[in-house]
Design a protein around this ligand. Structure first.
Ligand code: SF4
Length: 471
């Protein structure tokens, strides 16, 4: 049906919505450049740190140097930053690490991107370095394996939740450790809080996984993750890819890595690794099997000239790339930041695929965002660019319901901060609960959540509402 000019004129325009959030839908290249410069007023040069003042460009761009100089202890930061360290920051970090489920590990590249003058507010610092002063009590619904991956693992290190696809946990190591890692039960070194369930990168362990995939013709799609594929050797990437490409019913293989965001020089500087990936993609193409690369960028400031070079190389080699972000308070919980991230990824030909509401992970309640706010951000950014570059905002339903679009809750009580999702194609008849962060709730509701009986009553009430609405 045609609409009248009056109707069309009175409709809100995309530009209006963007202006509301201070965004421009028609930024010129010069304006974009100014925007980028404004993102880094402190300069990103690693030579500003006393400890790396003599490190040259070639050395910094060497992935082996990056690995050798990864920061795994607060003391290393003290030596590196010298007088640039804010008073009390490292003691705060040491106290935070004692309460965190994830160990400390960041690459020098990430360290160079952090604004150390205002480290507490920095969106990269917040992702990797836990400060005790910002931690708030965890939600009582939190479980260590929050997505119940172990319950859907027919073989250790393989999550087979959906009929046609499987998640292959190839390793439990990453080049950096994120505070909010869903797999904190397994990934990284042991911490004072968590003795990890190991997923070592060995062929013996992988063989049972290959056998399971081979024996299940319904599995057409395998996501190779961990941990992070960047911590696998070139020969291991080749082995996994060749084994999976040798299984006739596997039609799609995804290698997942945060590497492009936190160690992009590996793509340009580790030729055997990159060649292994590209050769698999070439072989896959000849077999009509898609081999692609999944990235994990959360903030536009993670995109630098190193990223542009690395993503450009993969694009030239024809590797499809998709990005999965996590929506994190104090990192990217604004339409303006999320829009910039999406546009910059799109320019690199990395499709913004998913934005996840943050899972429940010990010590990161301060990073979670209430569901209504996630929905608002999704609504604000939809329309800023082409649909194929617009990510789906999802909740990975705690307990194993899989990804559910944030707006698709069956019931949501904002007062008690609880949403109910169902997943008929994954686990019919089960209600999955996603709670809002405690700190966003009224004081009396927070108290009610700490009382098991009151918590049970709140859960029952929201599930009852979901049931009533479904009938
Ligand atoms: S890179 Fe991925 S797997 Fe590794 S710690 Fe971060 S979120 Fe977890």
């Amino acid at each position: 049906m045609e609409r009248s000019a009056v109707e069309l004129a009175s409709e809100p325009k995309v530009g209006d919505a963007l202006n509301e959030y201070g965004l421009s839908s028609s930024a010129t290249p010069a304006a974009q450049q100014a925007e980028r410069a404004a993102e880094e007023p402190w300069g990103r040069d690693w030579r500003r740190f006393p400890g790396w003042s003599r490190v040259g460009e070639a050395e910094f761009a060497d992935p082996n140097w990056q690995e050798r100089n990864a920061i795994i202890r607060p003391e290393q930061l003290r030596q590196l930053l010298g007088p640039m360290t804010q008073s009390g920051l490292l003691a705060d970090l040491e106290a935070g690490l004692k309460r965190a489920p994830m160990a400390l590990r960041v690459t020098p590249y990430v360290v160079s991107l952090i604004d150390w003058i205002d480290a507490p507010a920095d969106p990269l610092r917040r992702q990797f370095l836990p400060l005790a002063s910002e931690m708030t009590p965890s939600h009582p619904l939190l479980k260590l394996d929050s997505l119940s991956e172990n319950e859907d693992s027919p073989v250790p290190g393989l999550v087979h939740r959906y009929p046609d696809r499987a998640l292959f946990l190839a390793t439990d190591r990453c080049p950096v450790y994120c505070r909010f890692c869903t797999r904190s039960y397994s990934v990284g070194d042991f911490t004072e809080q968590v003795a990890k369930q190991r997923n070592a990168p060995t062929r013996t362990r992988w063989q049972a996984i290959f056998d399971h995939v081979r024996a299940n013709p319904d599995i057409v799609d395998v996501l190779v993750s961990g941990g992070d594929c960047f911590r696998l050797k070139a020969s291991q990437i080749a082995d996994i890819g060749d084994q999976l490409l040798g299984i006739p019913h596997v039609r799609r293989i995804r290698f997942a890595s945060k590497g492009l965001a936190i160690l992009p020089m590996k793509i340009t500087g580790d030729a055997p690794w990159t060649e292994a990936l590209c050769r698999l993609a070439d072989r896959g193409r000849r077999q009509q099997v898609e081999v692609c690369f999944h990235t994990h960028f959360n903030h536009p400031r993670e995109i630098t000239r190193f990223t542009e070079e690395a993503a450009g190389l993969l694009f030239e080699r024809g590797i499809p790339m998709r990005n999965q972000s996590v929506l994190l308070r104090g990192v990217n919980d604004s339409p303006e930041v999320m829009a910039r991230l999406i546009k910059r990824l799109s320019d690199l030909h990395i499709h913004p695929y998913y934005v996840y509401a943050c899972d429940l992970v010990e010590g990161t309640e301060d990073m979670r965002v209430p569901l209504y706010r996630v929905c608002q951000i999704e609504k604000a950014i939809r329309g800023i660019t082409a649909g194929y570059n617009t990510p789906s905002f999802v909740v990975d339903a705690p307990g194993g319901g899989g990804k559910r679009v944030v707006h698709s809750y069956d019931a949501y009580d904002r007062k008690v901060g609880l949403a109910v999702f169902t997943a008929p194609a994954v686990k019919p008849g089960v209600f999955f609960l996603y709670p809002d962060p405690l700190q966003d709730l009224a004081r009396e509701v927070q108290t009610a959540w700490s009382d098991p009986q009151a918590a049970h009553a709140m859960i029952e009430q929201v599930i009852r509402t979901a049931r009533d609405l479904a009938t």
